[in-house]
Write a protein that binds this ligand. Structure first.
Ligand code: F0G
Length: 358
């Protein structure tokens, strides 16, 4: 008997090569990214509505702990193919970590521009460990992206932010995996929105599967921004975006128009959730489902909970929430929102007492 294909043993460029811009010269770059689990969220769906079958696509299970690896493997492979020696990105942390890891593997020099003091600890440590040149500017993500756009016009260095179309190509594979697992598209696709590359990429992926006849319906795209950083919802750039979800602290998304197109073509929505709603969803996921995601990721679940309370999901439906990054990316935030741990003497009786065992 022959074994079934094990997708965890091939990376994305191999798994979805016929859908990707791959040529004879594209290097076979991989850290075994993709093929992330689609986890049923039975506790949360039971709590919010009997109509909803809820899933989390846990992108924190990618090699650097976020969805960025899908697009980065494609962008770095292309950079090698076109002969680049160096790449650069602006980042709230995850793009940087991913760019740094794939650059290390591919032998490229990597520069990352971060907003000083606004990037979660785990992400900065990854960029440093992978040997990127880490530059923290005295400005926000939008300022960092402006520098990257200008520097890549002037100097021979390749941008690997999601304005690079190869990033979007790689990231669209998330939509393929969801459909391959469910055998169809979900009714709703819930996703956090920051710079808006991911909602753009997922919508592209679903449309490609639909056009090829692999799925026979498209999902409604429901995107969620953090209330203090919700330019698309407010209809204008936010000069000083603010939220505890630092990954999506972005005031002027690069793919703004494409996110609106995904929303409108799919008859979906883009709304905002508060930091409190995000924190509550993050805790609920960790404490009742066993899934630890970072704050920005929990915006997708927070949004679904909010819309369910409003009675938005009237009929039986399936919803996939994208959990974009792992909770370990931002341990400081996690510690801050939990009860403190208990210090005790090195003594069995005392420990038993604390555990209510005696
Ligand atoms: N969730 C996480 C964990 C992210 O890191 C990001 C973006 C998003 C959601 C939003 O995705 O920008 O495609 O709409 N992080 C970027 C970065 C900006 O630099 O790592 P988006």
């Amino acid at each position: 008997m022959c074994c079934k294909p094990n997708y965890q043993r091939v990376g994305l460029l191999e798994r979805y090569k016929e859908f990707l811009p791959i040529t004879d010269k594209t290097p076979a770059l991989s850290l075994m990214e993709g093929s992330t689990p689609l986890i049923p969220l039975t506790k949360i769906s039971a709590k919010i509505s009997p109509n909803i079958t809820l899933y989390a696509k846990f992108e924190g299970m990618n090699p650097t702990g976020s969805f960025k690896d899908r697009g980065m493997v494609m962008a770095i492979a292309n950079a090698v193919e076109i002969g680049s020696k160096a790449v650069i990105c602006a980042s709230t942390g995850n793009t940087a970590a991913s760019a740094a890891a794939y650059s290390a593997r591919a032998g490229l020099t990597c520069g990352v521009i971060l907003p000083a003091g606004e990037v979660a600890l785990g992400k900065v440590s990854q960029s440093m460990m992978h040997g990127a040149k880490v530059i923290a500017i005295d400005g926000n993500f939008d300022d960092a992206l402006t520098i990257v756009k200008e520097i890549t016009q002037k100097y021979p260095i390749t941008m690997v932010n999601s304005l690079n179309p190869y990033r979007i190509e790689g990231q669209k594979t998330g939509a393929f995996e969801i459909c391959d697992t469910l055998g169809e598209a979900p009714t709703y696709h819930a996703i956090p929105v920051g710079n808006a590359g991911n909602i753009t990429a997922y919508w592209k992926g679903y449309k490609e599967y639909f056009e090829k006849g692999i799925i026979d319906r498209l999902p409604k795209m429901i995107g969620f921004q953090a209330a203090g950083s919700a330019p698309i919802v407010e209809g204008h750039p936010i000069l000083e975006p603010n939220t505890i979800a630092t990954a999506i602290r972005i005031g002027n998304p690069a793919s703004w128009k494409k996110a609106e197109a995904a929303r409108d073509e799919s008859m979906g929505l883009i709304e905002k959730v508060t930091d409190e709603e995000i924190t509550e969803a993050q805790k609920l996921l960790a404490s009742t489902e066993g899934v630890f995601c970072e704050p920005a990721s929990a915006a997708s679940v927070a949004g679904v909970i909010k819309k369910a309370k409003e009675g938005f999901f009237k009929e039986k439906c399936s919803i996939v929430c994208i959990l974009t990054g792992h909770g370990l990316k931002d341990p400081q935030r996690a510690m801050a929102i939990c009860d403190p741990f208990i210090n005790a003497k090195n003594d069995l009786d005392e420990v038993a007492k604390i555990l209510n065992l005696k």
